[in-house]
Design a protein around this ligand. Structure first.
Ligand code: ADP
Ligand code: MG
Ligand code: ZN
Length: 605
């Protein structure tokens, strides 16, 4: 809390204490020192000349008298109607007599004021302070809290980001643009407004965004999606507006929104309604994105680990229209990252970073940075002059066990399973006609998938034939079949393949009319979302009998594809072994190398 707030708090406390004490003092004084006497004895004392003074209050008479021993005492009398009293006071020579405003009334007021103060104080502590905590920035409510990377803080460049050449290449264009927006404006080329970096945590997305600004030498406004989701509706939206205003003022500039999924989650998702604040913020973000021209020289870079939950509206052309995957580093990439981070660390000559890289499959950049740091700390603790191999090896274990792990370590056994799984996809894809060529295959995690077989279509296609779908199903099932063939065991890794395959088969039967048994009938209207039980209420639109038939057909199609894939893999097990072995060694194989393996292995369909 700020000093003014503290002073007010203390002041309130003191005032409160003062009033309480005053009220207490008043009542104590009245109670203890005054002696209540009957009116008759008052009269008697008056006639004997003992009463010294007299005060006529509204409901009580009080004053002092001298008793028989000559001691001064206070008295209090409840008055009676006595019209001659004043005359008697004169007659018996009471020195002073006077009237008085009602003192009990005064006390009541004081006590009441005390209560009011007490109430205000309570209200202050309970309500106001809550609000102050929530709105510490009461004065800068709608201000963006984006931090501007100032000139003094370390400038990152692409040389600080190792092992992700593809994203760097794709971002190069943005850098060129930011360096000289005027040049692009003259040529009239379209530059993306928004770039979305996605990939596992710790793969260097934030680092890359900073490096873009650093390379181009422009200001970097860094903010995080979670900053925009506040207690009060509308604050997030105001912050977004402010952020864009600030950036435009210092254009060319980069605006970076980390954790974009915190604001950019699919609206209307989930039962139970949306989050008003987040929705408003997201809408504001969309408005800003639509409202500015990239010509102005502002580029928005977003980062997320969950591109799948983003609202599709964000990804539409003219918004975050460039999507760049920041993959986990492969063998060479890990070595390069280790090299970057051990620049400032004294390594013993015997340390071979390639060996460390080989031992850390699944580590992302953040893990590797952490590893080097741990090793350096260990060496320092042991009073060594340089970091030796033992420290590096121990650091690996520490990072694996440590809480800051960004990724999961892939065990050797797992690596073998994933390698065979991916090789299975690749082999089936290579062997079957009418499938998209395999572009590359990797066992480095990419998003939620453990491995990845990348097939690129040679041409745009709007129609897919039945054979093509069937072959695609075979490719999808090939991974699981390869696991089964080699390890005689299947793992959970094939779940995504299976759900994709099932979905394909289901659409073949119910949408495309590709099953003879069920005929060319569309059993389900495409693109109709199941919306809160509406579909349940309306029923399926076909009989239970037909549902059974559909299930059987889907099952049959999948079964047949699986048999075909299994057959192919069995026949070409030698090639499968070579592929898997190569994958375990290199973690990533490109198209040419795959072709070479198939040419040498003499694979046959
Ligand atoms: P993300 O934003 O993807 O979660 P960060 O960019 O925050 O990951 O990375 C965290 C740290 O990990 C960085 O500060 C850097 O030290 C290290 N790091 C991650 N990726 C790399 C990389 N490719 N090259 C060098 N260092 C990296
Ligand atoms: Mg980050
Ligand atoms: Zn698979």
């Amino acid at each position: 809390m700020n000093p003014v707030g503290k002073n007010i708090k203390q002041l309130v406390l003191w005032v409160l204490a003062f009033f309480l004490l005053l009220a207490l003092f008043q009542s104590l004084k009245d109670m203890n020192t005054e002696e209540e006497i009957p009116y008759s004895s008052f009269k008697a004392k008056l006639h004997e000349g003992q009463i010294l003074d007299f005060t006529w209050g509204n409901s009580v008479l009080r004053g002092q008298y001298k008793d028989e021993k000559g001691v001064l005492r206070h008295y209090k009398v409840i008055p009676l109607p006595d019209p001659d009293l004043v005359k008697e006071l004169d007659t018996y020579k009471v020195k002073t007599y006077q009237g008085e405003a009602d003192r009990t009334w005064m006390t009541a007021v004081l006590v009441n004021i005390g209560w009011v103060v007490l109430f205000i104080a309570l209200w202050y502590f309970v309500v106001i302070r809550q609000v102050q905590i929530g709105g510490k920035q009461a004065l800068s409510f709608g201000r963006s809290r984006a931090k501007l990377q100032n000139a003094k803080s370390k400038k990152y460049t692409f040389s600080d980001v190792a092992g992700c050449d593809e994203p760097k290449e794709e971002l190069q264009e943005i850098v060129e643009f930011l360096k000289d927006p005027a040049k692009f404006q003259k040529l009239g080329g379209k530059i993306p407004k928004g770039v979305l970096l996605y990939g596992l945590p710790g793969t260097g997305k934030t680092l890359l965004a900073r490096a873009v600004a650093g390379e181009a030498g422009v200001p970097f406004f860094s903010s995080s999606g979670s900053e925009f989701v506040e207690m009060f509706v509308g604050v997030g939206a105001a912050r977004v507006r402010d952020l864009f205003e600030q950036a435009k003022k210092s254009a060319p500039a980069v605006i970076f929104v980390d954790e974009l999924d915190a604001v950019g989650r699919h609206r209307f998702a989930g039962i139970g309604g949306g989050h008003d604040e987040r929705e408003q913020t997201l809408n504001q973000l969309l408005v800003e994105l639509d409202g500015f021209e990239s010509k102005e020289g502002v580029i928005l870079i977003g980062a997320t680990n969950r591109p799948d939950v983003l609202d599709p509206a964000l990804l539409r052309p003219g918004r975050f229209d460039r999507h760049i995957n920041v993959p986990s580093p492969d063998l060479k990439g890990r070595e390069a990252i280790l090299k970057v981070h051990s620049k400032g660390v004294k390594l013993a000559p015997e340390v071979e970073l390639s060996v460390i890289s080989r031992r850390t499959p699944g580590f992302v950049g953040a893990d590797l940075a952490n590893l080097v740091n741990e090793a350096a700390l260990l060496a320092a603790r042991r009073n060594k002059t340089s970091v030796e191999m033992t420290e590096m090896e121990e650091a690996i274990d520490r990072v694996i066990a440590g809480p800051q792990r960004k990724s999961r370590m892939i065990q050797d056994k797992e690596k073998r399973v994933i390698a065979y799984h991916e090789s299975g996809h690749t082999l089936v894809a290579k062997m079957l006609p009418n499938t998209d060529p395999v572009h590359k295959v990797t066992i480095i995690p990419r998003g939620p998938a453990l491995g990845f077989t990348m097939q690129l279509p040679t041409e745009d296609r709007y129609l897919t034939s039945r054979t093509e779908i069937l072959n695609r199903l075979c490719v999808l099932l090939g991974g699981r079949c390869a696991e089964e063939l080699i390890f005689d065991e299947i793992t959970t890794g094939a779940a995504d393949d299976l759900s994709k395959a099932t979905a394909f088969a289901q659409r073949m039967v119910t949408e495309f009319g590709m099953s003879e048994k069920l005929g060319p009938i569309a059993y389900k209207k495409p693109d109709e979302e199941i919306f809160l039980g509406r579909d349940i209420a309306r029923g399926q639109g076909y009989s239970d009998n037909t549902a059974q038939l559909i299930d059987n057909e889907v099952k049959r199609i999948i079964q047949e594809c699986q048999d075909k894939a299994r057959e192919l893999l069995k026949k070409n097990k030698a090639v499968l072994d070579v592929l898997a072995q190569r994958l375990i060694e290199k973690e990533i194989i490109e198209a040419e190398e795959i072709d070479a393996i198939f040419a040498a292995g003499g694979a046959a369909a």
